[in-house]
Design a protein around this ligand. Sequence first.
Ligand code: PRP
Ligand code: URA
Length: 209
Amino acid sequence: MENVFVFDHPLIQHKISLLRDKNTNTKEFRELVAEIAMLMGYEVTRNMPLKEVEIETPIGMAKTKVISGKKLGIIPILRAGLGMVDGMLRLIPMAKVGHIGLYRDPDSLEPVEYYCKLPVDVEEREIVVLDPMLATGGSASAAIQFIKNRGVKNIKLMCLIAAKAGIERMHKDHPDVEIYCAAVDEILNDHAYIVPGLGDAGDRLFGTK
Ligand code: PRP
Ligand code: URA
């Protein structure tokens, strides 16, 4: 699958199994989402540009490297994307954070926007959109369209579980956006939940069931 990167690292796969388990409680679920986001963030930021600098060590001068160029922004899709923010900020504490609030209308299954606040210089940043679940792809596609409308060129999507239908929707609407995920599931049920998935990510994260 073009532009789709599935993380097969054993630590990530192990934690995804715990996340899927219906007996995992809210506290554990929250911790696991943050941990997986951090582990995935390590790879998602692999291509960040570096520049050479000269630093004086206690012994002498060293030519060494620091991150340069484009600054990073992370944008969680509310609510469930919030669970991935802390993990990413542990790696990139200087990243700016925007928020896009969307919920899926239970009847039409179409995303409805209720909040959008992005960093003022969002168009100068490389953006990573965070949402644990890519089901029909409607929410991610709409969120990414808002961000593109603000002039952002460089966008990545980081999710935990992606359904094939969501990946196809993203390929159709936003073929330029790379998708990073920890698992690809085959199907959706009649309510457009991912099967087997992990259930309702927002409810499991915040205990609102
Ligand atoms: C979930 C999930 C995604 C969306 C995925 O959010 O966090 O945003 O559904 O479904 P889609 O790919 O079919 O659009 P939900 O709408 O349940 O809102 P919540 O995070 O506030 O619970
Ligand atoms: N949203 C969720 O939280 N879970 C799914 O399986 C699909 C959409």
